[in-house]
Design a protein. Structure first.
Length: 373
């Protein structure tokens, strides 16, 4: 299946092309950037508008074979000279325009009030524009405004309004690449990776939904999460496959945003399958003695880390996550039907380790030794 490119890649490419045209005075109809995944992106540049102090242009979103709702949308970048006298502490000042949402609630990638342009796309835009600024020896600052005409209407069909992102879509992506979300293809890939691991003699399958917590696992356990089999949302299916392939042990390492769902027995963590994160967080808090007012605050949260902050303030975080981790352990081993021992580590970006099961440490050490064989 053909891969595509994220809105973050589109924004970075459009920004680079606009900066090149502004500083060179010449037109640019194609541009190249390197995505965080290391894959080159060479989009056409569309709808170019050149003014005395700005250039605006667009890149059309290509989602490959993924049924992405933003596919075909034009992602615009308007690059202009920053006015003297303003806050020029940043060489590249990034803002959102038409069709790009604003963050109105805490707990998301960007603080309240910021345009919903996530951290990695901001880094991509900044790096690509600075590359052009250095090429043309431009020592001042540049403004970059990202816009997506029609983005407000598109966003109504996404989870953005529920998350507290208003007025448009988010500019997102951690690798710059859109992986096609074919269920069969994903499950086939998981099985292949598990089988390869088994053929190499591993007895412990380390599984992770994705690369959230990569730095945490490396810094705390000296384990490269890139080596884990990525199960995406398919935790239950992955347990089934690992068991069928004869693994004796499995360690699931994941962010609380997905694994909280497992504490309720949900084995496909995609939001379309079920999203009861706050209900499960509130249930754990209730078991730990939280008052109704606290439970209502948790239920009003949009992100799990926002809810964790409430648990911290109530001084029940550790007790709650002991309960949550026990529930996750119960449902993981219920799914494996005692054919395979499953342990778990749960963490959050802002709080590090939240909970781990009894033998999780020994499993990770065993996995590390097997990798080094």
């Amino acid at each position: 299946m053909r891969k595509g490119f994220t809105t973050g890649s589109c924004a970075a490419a459009a920004s680079k092309a606009a900066a090149w045209m502004l500083l060179s005075g010449s037109e640019k109809n194609k541009i190249e950037i390197t995505t965080p995944a290391g894959i080159l992106y060479n989009p056409d540049i569309e709808d170019i508008t050149r003014g005395e102090s700005f250039v605006k242009c667009a890149v059309r979103k290509d989602s490959g074979d993924d049924p992405d709702i933003t596919n075909g949308s034009l992602v615009y970048a308007k690059v202009s000279y920053a006015e003297a006298g303003g806050d020029l502490s940043e060489r590249v000042i990034i803002n959102g325009g038409e069709g790009v949402g604003k963050v109105t609630r805490p707990g998301l990638d960007q603080p309240v009030g910021n345009a919903a342009i996530n951290s990695v796309p901001r880094m991509m835009i900044r790096d690509e524009v600075i590359q052009i600024m250095d090429l043309f020896d431009h020592e001042g600052a540049l403004n970059v405004e990202i816009s997506v005409p029609g983005g407000e209407e598109i966003a109504l069909k996404t989870f953005n309004p529920r998350l507290g992102i208003e007025g448009g879509i988010s500019i997102i992506g951690t690798t710059g690449i859109v992986e096609p979300m074919s269920t069969k293809a994903l499950l086939d890939t998981i099985r292949v990776e598990l089988n390869q691991l088994k053929e190499l003699g591993a007895t412990v399958a380390v599984i992770s939904p994705g690369n959230y917590g990569l730095d945490f696992m490396r810094d705390t356990y000296d384990f490269d999460l890139d080596r884990a089999v990525k199960c995406s949302n398919f935790i239950g299916d992955t347990i089934d496959m690992a068991s069928e392939l004869g693994f004796e042990k499995m360690l699931l390492c994941g962010h609380i945003g997905k694994l909280i769902k497992v504490s309720g027995g949900i084995m496909n963590t995609h939001s379309k399958e079920g999203d009861c994160r706050m209900e499960l967080m509130a249930a754990a808090a209730a078991r730990c003695g939280a008052e109704n007012e606290v439970l209502n605050k948790i239920l009003d949260c949009v992100a799990t880390e926002e809810a964790i902050e409430i648990l911290v303030k109530e001084n029940i975080k550790d007790k709650c996550f002991e309960y949550i981790t026990d529930k996750i352990y119960f449902y993981l081993n219920k799914r494996s039907a005692d054919k395979m021992k499953v342990e778990c580590m749960v963490y959050a970006n802002a709080y590090g380790l939240l909970g781990k099961t009894e033998n999780a440490d020994s499993f990770i050490e065993e996995a590390k030794k097997e990798i080094l064989k």
